[in-house]
Design a protein around this ligand. Sequence first.
Ligand SMILES: [Zn+2]
Ligand SMILES: [Zn+2]
Length: 189
Amino acid sequence: MLDRHDNILFDEIDKDGPQSYSRTYEIAPALLDRGEVLGLGPVSITALASKGDLPGEYIVEGSTRFTADFECSRCVEPYPFAASSNFHLRYRPRPESVSEPEEEIEITPDELDIGFYGERAIPLRDLAIEQIQLSIPMKPLCDDNCLGLCPQCGANRNRETCSCQESIADERWGALQGIREQIAKKRES
Ligand SMILES: [Zn+2]
Ligand SMILES: [Zn+2]
């Protein structure tokens, strides 16, 4: 028997009406499958689940909140991150029309939040993990203006100024000087 506090049970909604949930989970960062997540604090999720308009449809809305330590994708330093996000999801029975594989199910833009269920239970923990994954930026940045690492010496440019940049400029200038000298020599000859 699935725990009714950790799982949204559709049968229970059918029987007793809308159900509300509020849980906090410890989730291992590795479960998120994102190397940038170095640490993850307790994850809170609240949800209200009710029947939808269509037969077999259920609406789940709520929010998740969490804090984490991310690795900046530019300077590779850890930084704290906090997010809360609201979700509004619809679950419909998985279509079993295997006989008509050609038929495409049309999804209108406001239906992008539709999930299809096989089992009549949604584990809140999985829902929380899904929501965190959606909240993680594609390229986490400690600051929009993070200067990143020097590609030559690896110095963190947010903290120190290395002299690589100048020496690149010097080399380019030097090459240009060389070309100028050659041109000048050709003219002389
Ligand atoms: Zn950074
Ligand atoms: Zn450098």
